[in-house]
Design a protein around this ligand. Structure first.
Ligand code: SF4
Length: 249
């Protein structure tokens, strides 16, 4: 029987999650609890809309002209879409058969099962969030260590995926030049696979959702990163040969 996705929401003409205009499908469930998450309402499975890949495809095809004109496509996001890898692989297979570009916005905290491997085989662009390189800091930010994420990066790069690295730049957590330098150095191992490094300046627009869910928001007093911080990050990644992109979400 076809896998049914547990869907949180859909953005039909998103411009922030991959190239061009994109149909962005946000799936429910996530292994992380990032302290700066702006989608904490995707964490639980309750309240999900359930659809098969064929049902989702039917809706996606209504927007196919937008993808063609803008160089866009479909992005699976969440939550963590690879928690529903059977569905993701099936949907991406249907899209590839129709020449529609596929992107996966993932935290990378998954084992490489057959379904995950198949999904990656059908993914045109992997957008991998790296929350931190340091184990302790990663744990502090997400509630989990980072080893699995690094293994995921290694697998994706070794298996021919094009990878975009996404970094949320958070003052006092992920914004020091020393950290940017360490990350840039680490990523040079995968230079041939990395399309660019995307900088997502921290903002607190998800805060209201945390409050509505009765959760404590630990970054109440954290400001957005300064322009100089972002410019420094661009300079450092540029020095290591990486193109950068700033995205405000
Ligand atoms: S991985 Fe993404 S969706 Fe999951 S908690 Fe972190 S920021 Fe939120």
């Amino acid at each position: 029987m076809a896998a049914k996705a547990l869907i949180h929401s859909v953005e039909t003409c998103g411009a922030l999650d991959g190239p061009g205009l994109r149909y962005v499908l946000f799936l429910r469930g996530c292994p992380f609890r990032c302290i700066f998450c702006h989608n904490p309402d995707t964490w639980t499975l309750s309240g999900a809309t359930q659809k098969t890949a064929s049902e989702v495809l039917e809706d996606i095809l209504k927007y196919a002209d937008f993808f063609r004109f803008s160089g866009g496509g479909v992005t699976l996001s969440g939550g963590e879409p690879l928690l529903q890898a059977d569905f993701a692989a099936e949907l991406f297979g249907l899209l590839r058969a129709r020449g529609i570009s596929t992107a996966l916005d993932t935290c990378g905290y998954v084992d490489i099962t057959d379904s995950v491997a198949e999904c990656l085989r059908l993914t045109d662009l992997v957008m991998l969030d790296i929350k931190h390189l340091d184990r302790a800091r990663h744990f502090e930010i997400t509630g989990k260590p980072c080893d699995k994420v690094m293994r995921f990066l290694n697998y994706a790069c070794e298996n021919g995926n094009t990878v975009r690295i996404r970094i949320v730049v958070v003052p006092s957590l992920t914004d020091s030049p020393v950290y940017f330098e360490a990350l840039a150095k680490y990523l040079t191992h995968y230079k041939n696979s990395i399309e660019l490094v995307e900088l997502l300046p921290y903002h607190d627009m998800g805060k209201a959702k945390w409050h509505a869910l009765g959760l404590e928001y630990k970054l109440e007093d954290t400001p957005a990163p300064a322009e100089e911080t972002l410019a420094k990050a661009e300079e450092i990644f540029g020095r290591y040969g990486f193109g950068t992109l700033r995205t405000k979400r």
